[in-house]
Each structure stands twice: as C-alpha cells, then as structure tokens.
Design a binder for this molecule. Structure first.
Ligand code: ZN
Length: 706
C-alpha cells in the first residue's frame, strides 16, 4: 500500500470546503483517501476525526471534535458527514466507571453543535479520549490477517514496535474508549511516543498532528503488514475442481433460483407468503480458485475477520457441496438440506448468545454468503445492494483468510459470543436502517420490450415500488441507455439490461438464465414486447401476419413459459402480467394481425392462470388503449402504424392522440405510467386475483371485459 497524498489535491480540498475550515477540509480529503482503499475499509466501515475550534454564535471559541457520522462512507464523505461536538464535555465522561450505549449516544447527540447532524460514530469517545489532532481508524485486511492468529500479537509487536501498542479485543463503546486511551497513555508515560494502536481482531488506529502525518502513518503500518504477509507465504492451495466456465455459467443459472427459493422464509400472510432475498453472484478467477480448492472448508468455515462484519455476513458462510446428481431435483435436495442445517446452527448460536447475554429477539436464520464449488459465491441480501455489501466483505474475507492460511497460520477468530454481541447490538442494527419496506421490495421483475414507451414506464414504476428490474429488449443498446437513466435515479444495483428476442426460443431462455445469474431469480414477468401492422386483411401479407403473431403471441408464450419455469424452481409463487390490448374486446378494422395476436396472448394468459395457480403464480392482463409516448420516448408501435391508422380514420397522424382521448368515457390522456401503476397493483398481491383483465383505457364501453 502506498500513500496517495497530493499537495495539489490537499490545496484543492481546502479551497472546496473552505466554509468548513482548513482542519475539517483536510479531514475530508484524507478520509476520502482511506475510503478509496477497499483493503482498508468497506461500505461505511472505519472512521476518522479531527480536533479543532468551534466559534459559537457569541463568538466564543470552543474546543471541538469532528467525527465521522453514521450513514456516511469515508470514500464519499463531506464536511456534513463529520459532525462537530464539544470536546471537553465528551472528555469529562472519562471519569465515569461505566456508561450504557444509549446514554453514550445521548451524550454524543447533546454535545453536537448542529442539532440536525447525523449521530457520530460509536467510536467517538475513543477519538475524544486520545490527545492527537488527527486520528484515522480502519479495519485493514492485513491487520486482521495478522491479528486473527495465535501468534498475532507477537508478530505485530515485532513488526510495529513499542510506538504502536496492542489492545486486546473489547467490544466498541465506552469501555473500549477508556481502555484504549489508557493503553496509549501508558506508552506515552513509559517514553514510547505512540503513533497508533493495533486493536486485535478489530483494526488499526493511527494519529498525527497533521492530516497527512496520521494518514501516512496508517498507510505505512498497513504496508508493513502487507509486506510481511506476502513474504511469509509457505504453502499453496490445491485446486480440486477444474470446471469448464461455460458449464459453470449454465449451472449457475439453474442453481440460483433453487437457492433463492430455499432461502425465502415462509410467512403467515396468505397474499405475501414468502419473505424473499435477492442474490448477487460472483465467480471471479480468485473466488473460483478458493471455492474449488481442496482446503475450501479449512480456509473459509470460520468466524469473520472482525465481529462487525457479522451484521452483513452472519457468523459463517454456507458451504454447499454439489450433489452427485446434477439435476434440478439433485440440487434442490442438496441446497434444502444445507440451508436447513445452516438455520439450525444459527439458532444454536443465538440460543447460546441469549444464554450468555440475556434475551434478544432472534434475527432471520438465513445465510448471507453461500459458497458452492465450481459455481462461485452467492451473496444474499434483502436487496441487491445489501447482497453486494455482503459480497464485497465476503470477497475480502476469502482473500484474507486464504493469505493467512498460506503463511502457515492457524486462523483464530473471536468466539461466537463476541459476534453475538455485535450482531445483536442495537447500535449495529441501527446501521441497517430498518424501516417499512416498499410494496415490491425483495422482488425481481423482468419486462420484455422494456426500452419501448410502455416498457420504460413500467420499469420506472416497478423500481419506485422497490422491485429489482431486468430490462429485456431486442435492442440491447436502447435497453442499456435506459438502464443508465434508471440507475442514475434508483442506483445501479437494482436495474440490469439484457438482450432478448422474444420470438427466438434460445434467446428467451438465455435471457431468463441471465436474469437468474444477475439477481438470483424472477418473481414478476411482464410480457410487454409488441408490434403492429395496419392493413386490411386483403392487403396483409402472410409474412407480415406471421411476424406480428411471432412477437405478440409466440413471444408472450415463450416469456410466460420461461418465467414460470424459473418461478417453479424457486417455489415461491410469483406474478405474470401480460400487456394485452383493448383490441381483444374491441377489435379494429385494418388491425387484424394485431387484434388476433393480442387475443391469442390474452387467451394464453388465462390458460396460464389455470395452470399456474397451484404454484402460487398469478397471471393477469392489462388492456390499454393507445399509448403514444412516455416522456420523450414515442411509442415505436404507434410510429409504425400511426400514419396508416390515421388514414383509415381520415385524419392527420398528429390528431390521433386527441381522437383516442375523446372517444373514452373519462376523456383523459393515457400514459405509460398508468400501465406501470396497474402492473404494480397486480404484482403487490393486494387482491386474490388471477385470470383477470384490467382495462386501462379511460373507459370504453365496447372494451368492457366480458
Ligand atoms: Zn472499528
């Protein structure tokens, strides 16, 4: 690890954040340098501080400390993420023998200078009790590799010397703050001017009089640890499985929905009978080497590098040995029993924790990291974003445990009860931000023809409702540019673009396989891709008729079949919402191919409703009247047929939208968003409805379903 300090960047930081003062500006700058190193901190981990002066409204200078606030990430922190507090008031707390977590948080909050500031880190008092101006704290992989071994303290003592004393593991909070400050003082009193502390099985603190000094000491110590580890390798893992990558990808598409289904928890709500999880799969060469190694269990089946990973990863990963029979049934059996066994072990861990520490409400017993030889790593979360956090921590954990093993060490993590303390600590659980979930949270939707005018509106509505969305489209470039737009608004983890020609069986199968590889499965399919051709039957060519039938009927058939196949593997029900047309009830002249193909699709939806009900899959249709555009995106269908439809009605194409509006009972314009709302309604299982058609047409008497 190298220092990334730059004088020019530091000057720019002082200028950019001049309103916050030079100390805080430089604190922001080097916090970001630390945050940018994934080997130091991940996803909100680590914290930093600076001691400075605050001028109150009367002009009185008050000694102040700014510490990272919860909810901020060091990589992207700003001055607002470093709330300032009355330093002297916090330091006076050191005289207490004990302080509960709630009282500690309250003390931090009442000492804030800004009543609206975020709650400062749980390590605030540790930063306050240490005298240095700038303090940096990380959970560096290399420090954890060195300290999670029986001889770790000795190695660190040799490597860092007396200016960086060791602190045995104590759970973060008031007790650790007092203890660590006392260790630092003892070093000072014995003449070893300390520059930092190694918190065994937790992380590294360094400090300095300037931002640069503290940061560069941090990097230098971590670099020393990294070099020691690299030069101490004495054995290599033995790769046992050499899977053909293409076969591994195919099996991953089969395994993911089976796994996702087994991870879902049954509920007592008949309309929402499962609490699902979303998966994020990783199969980098590095991960495959580890999961394919003969030493997989020895290296990975152990407690985390540091207890605060537990809230993201649970105490242990779940290892699943591939079944002898590599069929859906074989995998289902193997995965079911492994997941059940994990739950039993997790509940035993919780029971032991409750015995030791007192009552707590048990959290779910679902693994967050699943390792499967030959297939890779599946990270699990309530959302793909959470799954990715678990996956990132898991990747660093695998790498660090492997490295530790390669140096010949016995990996020795903290015992279960320390993990339990952190996992069930209210201040840690608060980081997960438990709130009411959106109606389609934990769900994965796949929309065909997603880049079109209606498809994009449906996608946006589903994302707003909390779903993860796969944008399937023949035109991958268009789907990709829509993905970028939606990702800017909803985050990159929740939306993916995948090429799909719904008229091509292989392409549709491949697209749904890809949905499973990216999200773990699918809960909602929206067969929406459609085309039209306007011509009297006498002038309609066989080729044109077939083409419309291929997209609007065969495409719907393939989409329903392939989506239902994955839903069946999951075994957690689902929804299919077919975008039908008012033409099914009220066909239009010179619209024969379209009307016939949509009638076929509507009938397929009803047959699917009959066949899939027993599996908890509901199939409904939405019958829109003409939708001409969504925002700036004109309907491709209407661009193609509009001129002919206008001619058939003896009007100009630009008058069509108004014509369609006026012919409805409500006389309101129809938008893609209306269709999106109807899809969200069905997907939310608000009513026990299947086989139904919901018109979204402004009210057309001839279109009333019957
Ligand atoms: Zn920490």
């Amino acid at each position: 690890m190298k220092s990334n300090w730059s004088d020019a960047d530091a000057r720019a930081a002082i200028e950019e954040w001049s309103a916050a003062g030079e100390d805080v500006a430089l604190r922001v700058y080097t916090s970001r340098l630390i945050g940018a190193e994934a080997d130091l901190v991940l996803h909100g981990g680590g914290n930093t501080s600076v001691k400075t002066t605050f001028l109150d409204p009367l002009g009185t200078a008050i000694p102040a400390i700014h510490v990272k606030g919860s909810g901020w990430d060091l990589a992207t922190i700003e001055p607002a993420g470093l709330p300032g507090m009355d330093l002297e008031a916090l330091r006076r707390l050191r005289a207490l023998d004990a302080l509960s977590d709630e009282a500690m948080v309250n003390q931090q909050r009442i000492r804030l200078f800004d009543a609206g500031a975020p709650t400062p880190s749980v390590e605030t008092l540790l930063h306050s009790f240490l005298p240095a101006k700038f303090i940096d704290h990380s959970h560096a992989d290399a420090i954890l590799a060195l300290t999670n071994r029986p001889d770790g303290e000795m190695i660190v003592a040799d490597l860092f010397g007396p200016s960086c004393p060791r602190v045995p593991y104590v759970m973060p909070g008031f007790a650790l703050a007092k203890f660590a400050a006392a260790v630092a003082e003892e070093a000072t009193n014995s003449g070893n001017t300390p520059i930092g502390l190694v918190l065994l099985k937790h992380g590294l603190f360094t400090w300095g009089e300037t931002a640069r000094e503290s940061y560069e000491r941090h990097v230098e110590l971590v670099d020393r640890a990294e070099r020691w580890l690299a030069s101490s390798r004495r054995r290599s893992i033995r790769i046992e499985i050499t899977a053909d990558p293409a076969a591994a990808e195919a099996i991953a598409a089969l395994v993911a929905p089976i796994l996702r289904g087994r991870l879902a928890e049954a509920t007592t709500d008949t309309d929402r009978p499962f609490r699902r999880f979303v998966l994020d799969r990783r199969a980098t060469p590095e991960i495959l080497e580890i999961v394919n190694a003969a030493e997989l269990t020895e290296i990975t089946d152990s407690n985390p590098l540091t207890p605060d990973h537990t809230i993201r990863t649970k105490p242990r990963p779940l290892l699943i040995a591939p079944p002898a029979e590599r069929t859906a049934a074989g995998w289902t059996e193997a995965i079911s029993s492994a997941v059940e066994q994990f739950a039993v072990q997790y509940r035993t861990y919780v029971a032991a924790g409750i015995d030791a520490r007192g009552p707590k409400k048990p959290l779910d017993a679902v693994p967050r990291v699943v390792l499967i030889p030959g297939r890779g790593l599946f990270a699990v979360g309530a959302s793909r974003k959470e799954a990715r956090i678990a996956g990132d921590i898991a990747e660093h954990t695998l790498r660090t445990k492997r490295l530790s093993w390669e140096t010949g060490a016995v990996y020795e993590a903290l015992p279960d009860v320390d993990l339990f303390d952190l996992e069930y600590w209210s201040l840690e659980q608060a980081k997960l931000g438990k709130g009411a979930e959106k109606p389609l949270a934990r769900q994965v939707a796949a929309i065909t023809g997603a880049a079109g005018a209606i498809g994009r509106a449906i996608a946006a509505k589903l994302l707003e409702a909390g779903a993860h969305v796969a944008l399937l489209d023949l035109d991958l470039a268009a789907a990709d540019s829509l993905r970028a737009q939606l990702a800017a608004k909803f985050g990159g983890a929740v939306v993916e673009a995948i090429a799909c020609d719904v008229t091509d069986e292989a392409s549709t199968v491949a697209a749904f396989d890809e949905v499973c590889r990216r999200f773990g499965g699918v809960d909602l399919a929206v067969p929406n891709a459609g085309i039209a051709r306007s011509a009297p039957l006498a002038q309609l060519s066989t080729e044109e008729f077939r083409r419309v039938m291929e997209v609007n009927a065969t495409g719907v058939f393939l989409t329903i079949r392939e989506a239902a196949a994955r839903m069946r593997l999951q075994g957690t029900g689902g929804n299919i919402v077919v975008i039908s047309s008012k033409n099914v009830m009220a066909p239009g002249a010179e619209f024969g191919a379209y009307s016939a193909s949509k009638a076929a699709a509507a009938q397929l939806a009803k047959v699917a409703a009959l066949e899939l009900a027993k599996e908890g899959i509901r199939v409904n249709s939405i019958a829109p009247d003409a939708i001409f555009a969504t925002g700036e995106t004109p309907s491709g269908l209407w661009a193609a047929v509009g001129p002919d439809r206008a001619k058939a009605r003896g009007m100009a194409p630009e008058d069509l939208p108004d014509f369609y509006r006026r012919r409805s009972l409500l006389q309101v314009p129809l938008t893609g968003e209306h269709i999106g709302n109807a899809v969200v309604f069905f997907a939310s299982n608000l009513t026990p409805t299947t086989g139904a058609t919901l018109p979204v047409d402004g009210g057309l008497a001839e279109g009333f379903p019957r």
